[in-house]
Design a protein around this ligand. Structure first.
Ligand code: NAD
Length: 290
């Protein structure tokens, strides 16, 4: 598994990261046994980066991931854990008070003394000025207190990253997490990579399978894509299958091509998917016919 540096943090993340939202039963029920096996097999295949949030499964993902990481029984320095704050089952709250309390709750659920990355979760749903003037300063204090090593922001519209990064002092933010903008149906994240690099932030890209659109099984019920996009992705998956290829594998290979993007977070829940995704970097992604 290739390791890539995350901006200026000094962290070396596996190019494929473990997205733990499925451990919160977001894509269907996952047993504890299955979750533990997925995390173990991911780690054994070289995945060292695990991403979760208090929002996933209403805190379930953090609890299940915490247990599974503990069961690995390896030194804490061997894995990198990112969680988030500001988005909860009950709604959004980016106040300094809430996010400060949030990290302690996350640490307890994850059974950890610190997280490596703490990110404001989906900032487009809050006031961006509050994020700049209140939330990020609160996260900086949590960083100084040693509860998180690095801080960042996540969101869907790419403009939220430029808005915030243009308004915080240089070096304040360590990382951004973008999703659904670096996959075979949408590669617009590429457009702002030079800007993000100029700001010195590390880049994480999530949802290479477009939250299930680029899979043979198709997306979950709640998927927000238009009927046209759903139908185009279904047709692409069928076309790939008819030609002996797997659309998810192609989508992963595409997402891994840009090395400026440190880690590609894919949502994994079963041992089979784990092995499949963990294997992809070893298949040598330059073979475009894979
Ligand atoms: P994804 O694109 O990774 O798709 C996940 C779906 O693909 C699941 O149904 C999974 O079972 C399936 N899948 C995975 N590997 C497969 C394979 N080899 N073959 C067939 N199907 C496969 O989307 P995602 O789960 O939404 O995103 C990945 C992770 O990124 C999340 O778990 C989360 O950690 C992170 N994320 C963060 C944000 C945010 O912070 N705002 C947003 C989206 C995702």
């Amino acid at each position: 598994m290739e390791l890539r540096e995350l901006g200026r943090t000094g962290l070396k993340l596996s190019s494929v990261g473990f997205g733990a939202s499925p451990l919160g039963n977001v894509f269907g029920s996952v047993s504890e046994e299955q979750a533990n096996a997925s995390v173990r097999i991911a780690f054994q295949s070289g995945i060292n980066f695990f991403d979760t949030s208090p929002y996933y499964g209403g805190t379930l993902s953090e609890k299940v991931l915490g247990k599974a990481l503990k069961a690995l029984n390896v030194p804490r320095s061997e894995y990198i854990v990112a969680t988030k704050c500001g988005r909860y089952k009950e709604g959004f709250d980016f106040s300094a008070e809430r996010v400060t309390r949030s990290v302690d709750e996350s640490l307890e659920r994850l059974q950890l003394d610190y997280v490596d990355i703490l990110q404001c979760h989906d900032i487009e749903f809050g006031s961006l000025d509050q994020i700049v003037n209140e939330t990020i300063p609160a996260l900086q204090k949590l960083k100084e207190a040693g509860k998180t090593r690095f801080i960042g922001i996540t969101g869907l519209p790419l403009e939220v990253f430029t808005y915030v990064l243009d308004r915080v002092p240089p070096g304040t933010l360590d990382v951004i997490l973008s999703y659904c903008h670096h996959s075979i149906n949408d590669s617009t994240l590429e457009d702002i990579v030079p800007y993000l690099k100029s700001k010195g932030v590390g880049i994480i890209s999530a949802s290479p399978l477009a939250m299930g659109l680029l899979t043979e099984a198709g997306p979950p019920e709640w998927h927000p894509a238009s009927p046209e996009l759903k139908s185009a992705c279904r047709a692409a998956a069928t076309y790939c299958k008819e030609n002996g290829k797997n659309v998810s594998k192609l989508a992963m290979q595409y997402s891994l091509l840009n090395k400026e993007i440190t880690s590609v977070l894919v949502g994994m829940r079963s041992v089979e998917q784990e092995s499949e995704n963990g294997k992809i970097p070893r298949i040598n992604i330059v073979h475009s016919d894979q």
